[in-house]
Design a protein around this ligand. Sequence first.
Ligand SMILES: [Zn+2]
Ligand SMILES: [Zn+2]
Length: 258
Amino acid sequence: MATVGELTASYGNFLVPVLAPRSGVCTVCKTSVLPGYHTCYQCWDHTRNLSGTADVVAPIALSVKGGQWAHELSSYKNSPSMSARGSLALRIGAVLWRWLDAHEPCLRQGAGVAGFSLVLPVPSTTGRADHPLPRILRDIVKLTADRTAELLAPNPRYPPGSREPGDDRFLVNGDLRGRPVLLVDDQWTSGARAQSAAAAVKLAGSGPVAVVVLGRHFGTDWSRADLREAAESYYQAARGQGWDWSTCCLCADAAAHQ
Ligand SMILES: [Zn+2]
Ligand SMILES: [Zn+2]
């Protein structure tokens, strides 16, 4: 049986870190923003359209369009080969395990809690019945196995694949009152799904909510020149920083890079 260290060893070669908040970085989802902006448009939009949002969001790595991590985060669900899906689930689970082992304390600190007694996968809204993420959290990642529960279900009122944020996008089945929640998702594109899930658990009376996502969708192919330049300079800074398992976007020394 391969160890977490062995399963994740090659990831240091291609994972691109997510920058810690500073000028040019969204304080919520940590993507690139124009200088002078506190958050990206979508994170701002969520605060207008949702009654509550996550207390802290940590994407593990950039999911760069056309890159290896983006490819894996799609293939672990979509590959036609069952054995390819299985081995990717194992490796992606190992990445999450290794990252949580080092940085769950950063999430606890960001949310201001002593621990997360509940780990909830954010359900797919594309109508997929057998999503591998809950299985990864229950069966592969030992750190989350005993805390994982599937208490969220997509509200059928929303069409499959909708990117609209809403307090009622997810229905909550279970008693969350007062319990700090760690939401886990594979990809953050607009963040509408994860933030709608955060709103739903908070409306159900949960304690503070943290979100960890495996990949923060990232592209530099903006048609607007200023956005493209901001994304390119972010990407260069992230590549320059390089991958380091002991650093995340919450604990990286942002001041050192300013
Ligand atoms: Zn953002
Ligand atoms: Zn950290």
